[in-house]
Design a protein around this ligand. Structure first.
Ligand code: VTB
Ligand code: MG
Ligand code: MG
Length: 329
């Protein structure tokens, strides 16, 4: 029978939905930032690489017709793309913007895998505001009963539940997490169960996307803590892909707690679903800076520059992989 979704018999999106043509604009922006950062690959200078990406993203973003507002940005005191900054030309739809112009600055400076330029667009008030803190995260792909993994369960219980739902042994599960000393006991617990632990030097937005695409990547679950802002960006991607994700802020200082309250977070110990972190219609885009497991890095050739990007939209659940050739004139 004909797939209703492919036959395009879907209802018209609500008026509040993000203009779908912005999917090309958002990809253009991450392309620009990635190209700018590419010149800094392997130069050992994280700051300059990040600065180049921020500037390029800022300029590209300000050229498009949106009344944008930075919700996830470069911090409160940043010169460019700071929290609450107005972005875009100011005419056009009201859009809340999340940016990480160079996600994985270390990977870029060292010219190793998975440095990306990342951005999300949402309807006004569609993105959660978070303090500069870590977030405990868990993510799996679609097709599982709601709530089979949960941050309130032990890692072992989560793995057992996932393995059972997949109809495999816990030893067949591949779990991915950031390679950090703070994860030592979590890693030990997973290895005790015989889980295949995949340790990443950096980049947990890509890791969450991998967990959502487990058929392709072989990664069944993402676990552990990483940046809270990366958590919101990953939630935007997850909304487009349709898996399950939870995040819980790690507010281990009085300052982080009071900042969270200032940002309107009432229950400081709350777990947030992907939908709570990024709601309504959202767009997500990433362009590879260095060659990685998610995307090819920018190719700087004499006559052209080649970029590889992914752009997704939650309303339609579309994922587009875009290879772009930018002619050098
Ligand atoms: C996290 C993670 C990011 O950097 O922010 C991490 O979310 C920093 O963690 O994806 P540490 O403070 O433990 O180094 C990334 O891996 C890359 O920006
Ligand atoms: Mg950044
Ligand atoms: Mg980052």
């Amino acid at each position: 029978s004909e797939d209703a979704n492919l036959a395009d018999t879907r209802p018209t999106p609500p008026a509040t939905a993000v203009d779908r043509n912005l999917t090309l604009e958002i990809a253009r922006i991450t392309e620009r930032a990635a190209i700018a950062a590419a010149g800094w690959r392997g130069k050992g200078d994280e700051m300059q690489a990040d600065k180049a990406a921020v500037l390029a993203m800022h300029d590209a973003l300000n050229a498009i017709d949106i009344a944008g507002r930075v919700v996830i940005g470069e911090g409160r005191d940043a010169e460019l793309l700071a929290f609450e900054d107005a972005v875009g030309t100011g005419t056009g739809p009201a859009i809340d913007v999340a940016v990480d112009p160079l996600e994985g600055v270390t990977g870029c400076a060292k010219n190793v895998a998975d440095s990306l330029s990342v951005m999300a667009f949402a309807e006004r008030d569609g993105l959660m505001r978070v303090p500069d803190a870590y977030m405990e995260k868990i993510a799996i792909g679609r097709g599982y009963p709601q709530g089979i993994v949960d941050l309130d369960q032990s890692a072992s219980d989560n793995i057992r539940a996932l393995a059972k739902a997949k109809g495999v042994a816990a030893t067949d599960i591949v779990a991915c997490l950031l390679d950090r000393p703070r994860h030592a006991s979590l890693i030990a617990e997973l290895r005790e169960l015989g889980v295949a632990v995949k340790l990443l030097p950096d980049g947990d937005i890509a890791a969450v996307i991998h967990a959502a695409n487990s058929d392709d990547t072989g990664i069944d679950i993402y676990l552990g803590s990483g940046g809270a802002e990366e958590g919101v960006l990953a939630a935007a991607a997850m909304r487009c892909m349709g898996g399950q994700m939870q995040g819980r802020l790690i507010l281990d200082t009085a300052e982080k707690k009071s900042r969270a309250r200032e940002l309107g977070i009432k229950d400081l110990a709350a777990k947030f679903t992907a939908d709570e972190m990024a709601h309504g219609d959202v767009l997500f885009a990433a362009t590879g800076v260095t060659d990685g497991s998610l995307l090819r890095g920018v190719k700087l050739l004499p006559h052209k520059v080649v970029t590889s990007s992914v752009v997704m939209r939650s309303w339609s659940h579309t994922t587009r992989w875009i290879t772009a050739e930018h002619g050098r004139v």
